[in-house]
Design a protein around this ligand. Sequence first.
Ligand code: NAI
Length: 340
Amino acid sequence: MNVAIFSTKPYEKEYLDKANLGLGHHLHYFDASLNADTINLARGFDAVCLFVTDILDMKTTQQLAEMGIKLIDLRSAGFNNIDVEAAEDHHIKVLRVPAYSPQAVAEHAVALMLTLNRKTHKAYNRVREGNFSVENLLGFNLSGKTVGVIGTGKIGAVLVQIMQGFGCKVIAYDLVESEILKAKGVEYRPFAEVLSDSDIISLHCPLNPETQHIINSISLSKMKKGAMLINTGRGGLIKTSHVIESLKSGHLGYLGIDVYEQEEKLFFKDLSGSIIQDDLIERLMGFHNVLITPHQGFFTTEALTQIAETTIKNFTDFEKGLTSENEVKVGNKPINNYAK
Ligand code: NAI
């Protein structure tokens, strides 16, 4: 299959080429994102392979159909950057990578917790400058603390296990309670109770109309003073301006985020030579008790391997005319732009 791969990052090629070994798909890599301005790059290919930064609306989808594109293969789980209805209308199949390495994201959530707590990022810089003082590096034991997990699906369940390993009590909120996790000692409680009883809260539910801004001034006020909030889910779960107010007042004790409401304009880009125009993230970066990472929860060799293998398998299955459980159909519309 002759495929145009858009928004390619140098680190991805190695994994995709390896997954393609022996399968013989012709992979043509473009650094550019696919959008109305770059659509002509897709001419002459059978399929396009896209990431979350590629945008396909009704018009560009129609243009793809006119070029003879038969498949849109997403290197992500999220698909709201794609007009799935338009793709269906033009008989273009959309396939995706629905799941990969929940451990990658759960372990990153723990990295945020440990760094914020034990301040290893500050100690690293301090020691490099010959400052061996422990002043202001005071942390707390995780053992014995209560961790509240919002969303106990694939990633949340892995986090539960890790936190129990630290000796934490785990309480949780989910629309669907897991009997397996209950048997392992997890207590499901109403959302408000998880907020009020947790020392650390970690968000692992999807972003949808029900969960958008579940962390807002009201829910923040229910949290323990000095609690830690971790978000590796989606930026839109948190109302950023409300979190800033809570941090300013000293109510929220720590914030660790791998995702951010307006991350489309920032993340996955080197803006170190630019003036950042986003005042909210600038304000967040100014707090000593806030840690921001650029949506790297998924970024492990294991996860990249799984993403590449599923992406290539999608080409092969399509070519063989197989039905795929990875197919995206009209009906399920997440509101997140960065759903990976
Ligand atoms: P999953 O679908 O296995 O689990 C989601 C859980 O949230 C389910 O148990 C579901 O019942 C629950 N849920 C749904 N609506 C809820 C609500 N209103 N309140 C409470 N719980 C609710 O998803 P998975 O794989 O665990 O991923 C979770 C999220 O992590 C994804 O939606 C995605 O946003 C994020 N993610 C972040 C990555 C990163 O690099 N930072 C990478 C991959 C995923």
